[in-house]
Design a protein around this ligand. Structure first.
Ligand SMILES: NC(=O)c1ccc[n+]([C@@H]2O[C@H](COP(=O)([O-])OP(=O)(O)OC[C@H]3O[C@@H](n4cnc5c(N)ncnc54)[C@H](OP(=O)(O)O)[C@@H]3O)[C@@H](O)[C@H]2O)c1
Length: 383
């Protein structure tokens, strides 16, 4: 039996090929993949939802050294209320499509990307187990799902990996998701470990992103979270001076120091940036520096907790403006804070946001929907 390739501390993801971080130069991305191989990176992540190219391009590039790397990809369509991507037959079909695009006989780690509330966990697990016994996938994992659902997978299936957002700027997963993984012996793969570029020090509050860039909507780049991210970057820089490391290298190292994390995924499309990020792997932060960062984060969490509640209160008591996009982005901020700080039951607030996101996607969001969402949120969020 062939030995499985090991997973490198830094992994490279292909999310950028979907255009989430603005337009991407595909040739440059190909160069980044080549550079990754030369730098010793062995984990490459993609997803069917990142667009066909994200799997096809990766498949082409890694074909010459397929056995030396680990490929992870994720099951089909995003949470569309009209589909059931996690039904048995859809999981099997999605896997066949990915295998073909990736030009490979098997996927090393196959992730359940999003939840599909209409499908029982057992049905999805049955499909995944079958794919495993057919040799089409080696391991499976879970990602962007409500925590209760993740736990169900852990209890009912043979889940090997959990992929979660975790960076020095976005530390929420450490509260319960990471401990849950540790309790079930599930390995964690962190993503957006550079804070979507925030921890590089190249982004400041006066920055503007291209139209379509996900960061226009991301709460990490809004209000107090943004200011806190900048303070975190400065602190990482201060610690980095002791090791001759940049802020983002210390940030990546910090993610890798978290117990249970086996790899940190970056999604840079630039060979030079990748080289910088690789400098986050292969060394250790001293105990005293980890402690210093921990007490800094505790202080930041206290500031954030206080200010964020004030901001949520303000947003929910505002009148709907003429700018629907701004109102929508404010409500996304409310959602992130509610989620992070457990300000309401997930079952109560999730349907409200799902409706907003679906309407927004279809370009059908109206003032009335914003007002309705605000009223409903006011009734369920504890401030
Ligand atoms: N499971 C899930 O639901 C999920 C969700 C999100 C992501 N992921 C996976 O995780 C991977 C990593 O996440 P991510 O793409 O958000 O990672 P990321 O590296 O934190 O963010 C990428 C952004 O940061 C910038 N950046 C990164 N390093 C930089 C540096 N040294 N200097 C300047 N800018 C830098 C990139 O710009 P440049 O291109 O200019 O460098 C890009 O705009 C994704 O590609 C995807 O495979 C999974």
């Amino acid at each position: 039996m062939k030995k499985e390739a090991s997973i490198s501390e830094l992994g490279l993801g292909c999310y950028a090929l979907s255009g989430v971080y603005g337009e991407v130069d595909k040739d440059r991305f190909r160069e980044t993949i080549k550079r990754a191989k030369n730098l010793g990176i062995t984990l490459f992540d993609t997803a069917e939802t990142y667009g066909e190219e994200a799997e096809t391009l990766l498949g082409e590039m890694i074909k010459p050294f397929r056995d030396e790397v680990v490929i992870s990809t994720k099951i089909g369509a995003a949470a569309d209320p009209n589909t059931s991507p996690l039904r048995y037959e859809n999981v099997k079909a999605s896997c066949e499509r990915s295998l073909e695009r990736l030009q490979t006989e098997n996927i090393d780690i196959y992730f359940v990307h999003f939840d599909d509330p209409r499908t029982e966990v057992e049905e999805t697990i049955e499909a995944l187990e079958e794919l495993k016994s057919e040799g089409k996938i080696k391991h499976y994992g879970v990602s962007h799902l409500p925590e209760k659902r993740i736990e169900e997978y852990f209890k009912k299936g043979d889940v090997s990996f959990c992929m979660m957002e975790l960076s020095a700027a976005n530390r929420g997963s450490r509260k319960s998701l990471l401990p849950l993984c540790r309790n079930h012996g599930v390995k964690a793969i962190a993503f957006s470990v550079t804070g979507r570029g925030l921890l590089t020090g190249e982004i400041n509050v006066s920055n503007s992103f291209e139209k379509g860039d996900i960061r226009n909507m991301d709460a990490l780049f809004k209000k107090e979270r943004f200011r806190s991210g900048i303070r975190v970057t400065e602190k990482l820089g201060e610690v980095g001076e002791r090791y001759d490391k940049t802020p983002v290298q210390v940030g990546i190292r910090w993610v890798l120091e978290q117990e249970g994390v086996v790899s940190a995924l970056t999604g840079t499309s630039s060979p030079e940036h990748l080289e910088e990020n690789v400098g986050g792997a292969g060394w250790r932060l001293k105990e005293e520096d980890l402690e210093e960062l921990e007490s800094f984060f505790e202080k930041e969490d206290r500031i954030l907790k206080k200010k964020e509640k004030e901001i949520v209160r303000e947003i929910l008591s505002e009148k709907t403006s003429k700018n629907i996009s701004k109102d929508f982005e404010d409500l996304v901020y409310v959602m992130e804070v509610t989620d992070d700080r457990n300000l309401a039951n997930q079952e109560d607030y999730e349907p409200i946001f799902r409706k907003l996101l679906t309407l927004r996607k279809k370009d059908e969001l109206e003032r009335f929907d914003i007002e309705e969402a605000r009223e409903k949120l006011k009734a369920i969020i504890e401030l």
